[in-house]
Ligand binder design. Structure first.
Ligand code: PGA
Length: 253
């Protein structure tokens, strides 16, 4: 049975005290929930990872980084390497988010290098893909997503691919309040799973978690997560409120 995951991507929000309060509140609420075969991941900004990891020791959630360097080690001012994060026992990382592509000029080539770093250091890697509104309107959304996946992820061997989680995040849905409909999400997730099956075989595809992201909240999550190929969500804005986030977590159970 494939893993159900809800991951909170805090992006560049919250000061230290707010972050500590939020993560403590989430940990408190998780005490009353049986996650069963499901995983909750919190991805705070880098400076809060250690605090999050300390709280995670006593809780059931995992901790992820929002980004990693595509370089291995050395004179790269301001970068944070996969090796550093692995040495802190961070389990997850997000790679290929559309905000990284847009604001930091991350190309498919750079993202592929980040994936290599992440896989080398044994992260469970949440790889984000998704089309722009103009690409959907032009009917190119399947091609765009296929290319992103083929370039960044499909060079991996089957063994390496085992640590990949795909997050389908249509760019037009991120932070806009306009989520993909459950039907749009299901259609793309099924397409992605077929792609994976054609590259790695059906067994691997059936085991791959494919998350939906983009204006997901406690109201729309139940219907979106009920789709057969949607295995949870990557949550931005709604992960900044403990009660809201926990309601979304309950929607995968
Ligand atoms: P959103 O962001 O939930 O605020 O739309 C999702 C994401 O970017 O991962």
């Amino acid at each position: 049975m494939r893993l159900k995951i809800v991951a909170g991507n805090w992006k560049m929000n919250l000061d230290f005290e707010e972050a500590e309060d939020l993560i403590s509140a989430i940990a408190d609420e998780l005490e009353n929930i049986d996650l069963g075969h499901a995983e909750v991941v919190i991805c705070p900004p880098f400076p809060y990872l250690e605090m999050a990891l300390d709280i995670a020791i006593e809780s059931v959630f995992s901790v992820g980084a929002q980004n990693i360097s595509h370089f291995d080690n050395g004179a790269y001012t301001g970068e944070v390497s996969a090796r550093m994060l692995a040495s802190m026992d961070v389990d997850y990382c997000i790679v290929g988010h559309s905000e990284r592509r847009k604001y930091f000029n991350e190309t498919d080539e750079i993202i592929a290098k980040k994936i290599d770093q992440a896989i080398e250091h044994e992260f469970i890697t949440i790889f984000c893909c998704g089309e722009l509104l103009s690409e959907r309107q032009a009917g190119k959304h399947f091609d765009v997503v296929r290319e992103q996946i083929e370039k960044a992820v499909f060079p991996l061997s089957e063994k390496e691919f085992y640590n990949i989680v795909i997050a389908y995040e249509p760019v037009w849905a991120i932070g806009t309040g306009v989520n993909a409909t459950p039907e749009q999400a299901q259609e793309m997730h099924a397409y992605i799973r077929n792609l994976i099956a054609s590259r790695y075989g059906k067994d691997v595809a059936d085991e791959t978690s494919i998350l939906y992201g983009g204006s997901c909240n406690s109201k729309n999550a139940p219907e979106i997560f009920a789709q057969p190929d949607v295995d949870g969500g990557l949550i931005g804005g709604a992960s900044l409120n403990a009660d809201e986030f926990i309601e979304i977590v309950k929607a995968i159970l």
